[in-house]
Design a protein around this ligand. Sequence first.
Ligand SMILES: [Zn+2]
Ligand SMILES: [Zn+2]
Length: 127
Amino acid sequence: MPTPLDERKKPTAVKIHVKTGAGVDITWADGHSSHYDFAYLREQCPCATCNDERAKKESMAAMNLQTSPLLPMYKPKPKAQAATQVGSYAIQISFNDGHSTGIYSYDYLRTQCPCAECAAAFRSSTA
Ligand SMILES: [Zn+2]
Ligand SMILES: [Zn+2]
């Protein structure tokens, strides 16, 4: 798949704060900057396994099935143990739950930027 020449999806600065646990900061070619918590990134993991899990949860929600409200699963807040840049197009993060197969392309990261502006630009309408 050719990379679209969209400057909104080209990072000009990438900071991954593994040691402090502060998350990931990316500044984009269009001047926008995004901040991602590791917990958020863990939830948005783009690997096939997590995609399946999210799809299952969404279909359960669609069918109005409730998971027991009395017994919330205790999960420690996800943290990153290590992060590496993959070429010039993505970052790979190893989480403290042992999960490390997620490769976050910058293209994907921009569409998942948690700010309202990007939600409107990349994640509206199609739902
Ligand atoms: Zn995953
Ligand atoms: Zn944004």
